[in-house]
Design a protein around this ligand. Structure first.
Ligand SMILES: [Zn+2]
Length: 276
């Protein structure tokens, strides 16, 4: 059967529209040149970033997904993070430099994490933050999806005081694939984080921040531990006595001094594993 003339015209019109791009969509433009590098980085920092990836993978905070970054030591408007890769596989050659719009300096065909805007927008909003971790660590997920707030169960997780805020992506972006895949959603996530160390992401995971990489790794690992402990306490039943802000403040001062003991241990375990 022959296609009627009006139907042929309709199909031709649709094809023309497709070729021109969606109505109101961005017109193709020449690619902007990549940002200039902020300069070389101390190899020790790169090695620590690689170690952080491996430590977080071994502790089940990162799995095939999730990422960890550090702010560039020479330029607060740049940060360093692996190319899109499972954290346990990251090596120094995989570390890329980004500006705070999520543009890679020297990608050379290497793919970037879709959710690099989590890092870029938190670095923009929080000048005190020098490391960011995004994970889907499993024990925290229920606290993002229920009405039960995550609160500090013990002195080691005092940085969660008084409670962990929750980011609701639906409020800012409607129905999404749940990923923080652009600057607008990243900015809203940074706002939900506010001055806290951790923000939960409903139906997704969490973002953890800190003034340096070792303390941020420490916080990510113990946020997952706190989530397990709080779930156990809920199962036992009855009211839970969390750390109050005054206790948390005192405990945090100690953690700021002693967390490097944990970092040194975790680093040594990674080195021993690599030597096997
Ligand atoms: Zn994610």
């Amino acid at each position: 059967m022959r296609t009627p003339r009006f139907a042929r015209a309709l199909i031709a019109g649709c094809l023309a529209l497709l070729a021109a791009g969606a109505p109101g969509g961005a017109q193709p433009t020449a690619a902007a040149p990549p940002p200039a590098s902020a300069g070389p980085v101390d190899p020790t920092l790169l090695e620590d970033l690689v170690t952080a990836n491996h430590v977080l993978a071994r502790h089940g905070v990162l799995d095939a997904f999730g990422h960890v970054s550090v702010r560039h030591p020479s330029d607060p408007h740049h940060f360093l993070m692996s190319r899109s890769l499972a954290p346990a596989l990251v090596a120094t050659a995989d570390i890329l430099e980004y500006d705070l719009d999520g543009n890679a300096v020297d990608a050379r065909g290497r793919a970037s994490f879709l959710e690099r805007f989590i890092h870029a927008e938190i670095y923009k909003a929080r000048p005190d933050v020098n490391a960011v971790i995004h994970s889907h660590s499993p024990a925290v997920i229920p606290f993002g999806t229920t009405q039960t707030a995550m609160q500090p169960m013990f002195h080691i997780s005092a940085f969660l005081s008084p409670r962990v805020p929750v980011f609701e992506i639906r409020k800012v972006a409607g129905m999404t694939d749940m990923l923080v895949s652009n600057a607008q959603i990243g900015k809203a996530l940074a706002e939900a984080l506010g001055p806290s160390s951790v923000v939960l992401m409903r139906g997704h995971g969490m973002a953890v921040v800190g003034p340096a990489l070792p303390l941020t790794v420490f916080r990510a690992i113990y946020t997952e531990v706190n989530a397990r402990l709080q779930t156990q306490a809920i199962e036992i039943g009855g009211p839970i006595t969390f750390l109050v802000p005054e206790e948390a403040e005192k405990a945090n001062k100690v953690l700021d001094q002693v967390h490097l003991r944990a970092w040194d241990l975790w680093k040594r375990e990674e080195t021993a594993k690599a030597g096997q």
